[in-house]
Ligand binder design. Structure first.
Ligand SMILES: [Fe+2]
Ligand SMILES: [Fe+2]
Length: 304
């Protein structure tokens, strides 16, 4: 069972759960917002400029290859257009767009990538829609993380890392509060868990395949993006090698790796035909604070 290390609050500063609260089924059932606040849902693609922004993001390499000629974009947009969310959930994207553009872009590209990958890996149409719907909400808990931490360019202190990791249980609680799909809440909670038990918040090794699809898309997009803590991104080859290493270390399964590689090829082979190269010839970015911990005096003078 998870105990919250920090409170969970909405964007309008309503406390959903206090620090120290246990995320039990009883507590989860008790926090649901009044239906009238969340019943009216809308297609996320029709919210603000999300459709237009998404189309722009997908024109940038390597997404222009991944979503290239042979991709059924009409079918993909139909899937994404079928994702309906309540207004306060859609508004979290407006918040990120204004305050943390990286997270905004990340959430939208993970939405598209998750939709693409789930169409390849899952046969069931309903499951594909459900998996697709988890992309836009997987990091919703970051509204509970101070912007100074999300934007920090130097290593996090242990306390700051705990606060960042709070986004997983916070997202779970927020999505329950907003009466979202139970599976979306599960993805928000578990998308940083790994098969070898090295993830968080629980260190669980039992990962649902649909959760793992989001987890792999999440890591891949993070690697190929410039982040506050890393001015230079991983080049695409090195990013795919990093994802391959995760499968070699049994952190994620091979199927999601193969689907990502298959979609990176212009001829779009079926993922089962992909033979993954184990050769590592990529070059990682030199300046990368990710995973580094700030020492005490750095924390005092840090730029957060
Ligand atoms: Fe996350
Ligand atoms: Fe993420």
């Amino acid at each position: 069972m998870i105990n919250l290390s920090y409170p969970v609050c909405t964007l309008d500063n309503k406390q959903v759960l206090p620090s120290g609260c246990e995320l039990s089924p009883g507590v989860m059932n008790s926090i649901r917002a009044p239906q009238e606040e969340t019943r009216k849902t809308q297609s996320l693609l029709r919210h603000a400029a999300i459709d237009q922004d998404l189309r722009e993001f997908l024109q940038i390499y390597p997404y222009n290859v991944i979503f290239g000629d042979k991709t059924d974009m009409a079918g993909l947009y139909a899937h994404m257009g079928a994702v309906y969310l309540s207004p306060p959930v859609c508004e979290t994207l407006d918040y990120f767009k204004i305050n943390d553009y990286y997270t905004y872009r990340h959430i939208i590209t993970v939405f598209a990538l998750t939709t693409l990958i789930s169409r390849d890996l899952l046969d069931d149409h309903e499951k594909c829609i459900a998996a697709s719907a988890t992309g836009p909400t997987h990091d919703i808990g970051k509204i509970c993380v101070p912007l100074s931490i999300l934007r920090k360019t130097s290593p996090l202190t242990p306390e700051e890392r705990l606060l960042l990791q709070h986004h997983a249980p916070a997202g779970y609680a927020l999505l329950q509060y907003y009466n979202c799909d139970a599976f979306a809440a599960e993805v928000a909670l578990n998308h940083h868990e790994r098969r070898d038990g090295s993830g968080y918040p629980l260190g669980s090794s039992e990962i649902d395949q649909m959760v793992e699809i989001v987890a792999a898309c999440d890591v891949y997009d993070a690697l190929i993006s410039v982040r506050p803590y890393r001015k230079e991104c991983f080049d695409n080859r090195t990013a795919l090698e990093e994802i391959t290493v995760m499968a070699e270390e049994n952190k994620i399964g091979w199927d999601v790796v193969k689907v990502l590689i298959a979609n990176n090829r212009s001829n779009k082979p079926h993922y089962s035909e992909v033979v993954v190269s184990r050769e590592k010839r990529g070059k990682k970015p030199v300046h990368n604070c990710y995973g580094h911990t700030a020492v005490k005096n750095e924390a005092k003078t840090g730029n957060s």
